[in-house]
Design a protein around this ligand. Sequence first.
Ligand code: NAD
Length: 360
Amino acid sequence: MDYRIALIPGDGIGPEIVREAKKVLDKVCEVYGHHFTYQELLLGGASIDVHGIPLTEETVEAAKASDAVLMGSIGGDAKTSPWYQLEPSKRPEAGLLGIRKALNLFANLRPAYLYDELKGACPLKEEIIGDGFDMIIVRELTGGLYFGERKTVEEDGVRKAVDTLSYDEKEIRRIAVKAFEIAKKRRKKVTSVDKANVLDSSRLWRKVVEEVALQYPEVTLEHMLVDNCAMQLVHNPGQFDVILTENMFGDILSDEASMVTGSIGMLSSASLNETKFGLYEPSHGSAPDIAGKGIANPLATILSAAMMLRFSLDLDQEADAVEAAVAQVLKEGYRTMDIMSEGMTKTSTAQMGDLIAERI
Ligand code: NAD
């Protein structure tokens, strides 16, 4: 099959880790007989350096014309980089928010998977870890409290701030459909997280999710209150398959879930729109402290590329092969600096990419 992939290396370690992900994708093409055409796009600091702005129309149009976007990360050291002398709307992060908005990416996917070999990095007790965990958080990204009307006023000498949490049924339905579609490709369980004992928006959320569930009889749906979910993530993380939730709850829970894996260099993510199109990127930042040293962990980006194969290109077998190669390399004891432990073999960014590609 032929696909057009937009690559956004970005800033800091971005170019180094995207290079390794491309290496792995090239190997996938070779082994499975696909053809990917790549177009490199500028975003963030890299775009500021060339165009004076973090996001150009050209980047947006080229991204829209592709089947999927694979990104490194954006941004620099806020204390030393000249990018942060610019007004906030011209800084690197504005480019990232801008492209997410321009591409209408309303669904954010963050897997939290514990590799057997990295159990030592998990902050939970062994009896809680059990056989490990493998979940994905599907978070609504463009509605809710972060996008509702807000104001700060003074009434009778008392300052008051108001934020509005609003969801309509269309917004809920489209993210719920994403979660059920993803669950269909996994262990077929959706845990919808809300605060329906208090919030009207959550009560509507629950109703609409139940309506969507009727279209997916093979998927089990359960509801969980957000406070309970926060506890369950550190009490029994193995119970979760797909967690579906609104914007703010998802913001908090996805960070909690990723931290229980313990390894920032391993965390992939995806943001999808209503079609199959998506933007795939590691959850970590541009790590300016280690940029250019060849020691960054490329696995989060390689695993993001695997998500791209699965969710945007429907190449499930190829995605499985990439994920299996990552597991295999860890099993063989290869580690980048950030996940290094005693007795393991230390590898550079490029060596890690080679090792994964060799095992596809
Ligand atoms: P960071 O994630 O870049 O780094 C935090 C720590 O983790 C650093 O010590 C770093 O060296 C380490 N680290 C991160 N990724 C690693 C990897 N792949 N391999 C090995 N070590 C890794 O977070 P930060 O330092 O707070 O932010 C740095 C810059 O990244 C800032 O400009 C921030 O705005 C930006 N950022 C961008 C994104 C994005 O592009 N989506 C996300 C978060 C932060």
